[in-house]
Write a protein that binds this ligand. Sequence first.
Ligand SMILES: NC(=O)c1ccc[n+]([C@@H]2O[C@H](COP(=O)([O-])OP(=O)(O)OC[C@H]3O[C@@H](n4cnc5c(N)ncnc54)[C@H](O)[C@@H]3O)[C@@H](O)[C@H]2O)c1
Ligand SMILES: [Zn+2]
Length: 393
Amino acid sequence: MNKIIQQNFKVEFNYNISFTEGVFDVNNPLLSNLLTSKNKNSTTRAVVILDKGMFYYHSYLIEQIQTYFKKCCLKIQLMGEPLMVEGGEGVKNKWSVVENVLDLVNKKKIDRHSFVIAVGGGAVLDMVGFASAIAHRGIQIIRIPTTVLSQNDSGVGVKNSINYFDKKNFLGTFQPPFAVINDQTFLTTLSDRHWRSGISEAIKVALIKDSLFFNWIEDHITLLNNRDPETMNNLIFKCAQLHTAHIGGGDPFEKGSSRPLDFGHWAAHKLEYLTNYELTHGEAVAIGIALDSCYSYCIGYLSENELKRILHCFNNLGFELSCPLLLDPLDINRINQKLITGLEEFREHLGGVLTIMLLRGIGQGEEIHEIEKSKLDQSIVLIASFQNKKLTV
Ligand SMILES: NC(=O)c1ccc[n+]([C@@H]2O[C@H](COP(=O)([O-])OP(=O)(O)OC[C@H]3O[C@@H](n4cnc5c(N)ncnc54)[C@H](O)[C@@H]3O)[C@@H](O)[C@H]2O)c1
Ligand SMILES: [Zn+2]
């Protein structure tokens, strides 16, 4: 006789994404309030992990962090100096760095009521998030994102990852953070390239969800190009809000086959790998969105005017939309076969049926389950001609 015990429970997650300036300034109580909000016993500890690329411009941080804990976080033990890890995608390609974080958690006796505080770009946050999620089955993490992309997208969600088997984000978990703190002070030292890079994720979410936000981005291109801080803060806030609403409102742990926020990402992830991560994530996403927007136009979903607006928007922000790796090396009118394998890898990452987000209009995403190769060929030719300023669209 078969027997069944049925298990059924729900777990609720809550966390705040706060916006501030000078997170480690002794006059700013935000972090100390967070650290003491739930954990008030004397064994609560914290370790800090810093992105070296960011630290290069913010070398005052070590002293500032120590002073902050001494003066503002009397109940929390800061366990030694911050651990420095290399910044950029390379940190997601090295298992040894994950081990360094695990080693820190072990040696400093960081338990599940203690905190890992990660300060850096999306790559460092993804790697530290992964290590924190697997240590003791999950240490609380406070993310302090320091790039546009990590403040408006990667840092505010529930995923972490490293690259493995030569595949982007192959290893990773879903682990909501304890809190996220976006400190605008960090953005001033970004290179122009990384300042621009994160804007593509804002264009992405605007294109699939919010046409008014897309109009707003179009109207603020000059201010964004001139690195106007207030304009960027507004872009980051709106983009983070749209991402957060989507994640919380639907399928946060991606149990289905659909991943709308990954519009343009099937090609982007593969291009990042094919260029040996020479393209940043945001730059690859811009190309991926251009490709899938051209595809939407080629199958009659998007009007010519809408496609022009999208391509011009990226172009005017300084994004390069064509890339030699889009093209078959033997026939520039065909899409690179190596890129096509990205479609199956994208499907496999989620499981289930292939689900690709396209555009039915600006602000209106629509998912499809099949991609016609001949239309992809037409799409890469369109992008190349646009980029060559022949403007056939
Ligand atoms: N987990 C998710 O949901 C999710 C979502 C989107 C993207 N991502 C991941 O995010 C990563 C990209 O993140 P990114 O765009 O932040 O790039 P990045 O982390 O590669 O950082 C870019 C460069 O900027 C440096 N840097 C960081 N902060 C700085 C500062 N304030 N001043 C000067 N330099 C600074 C870094 O050292 C690095 O060299 C990719 O690995 C991507 O896959 C994850
Ligand atoms: Zn992305």
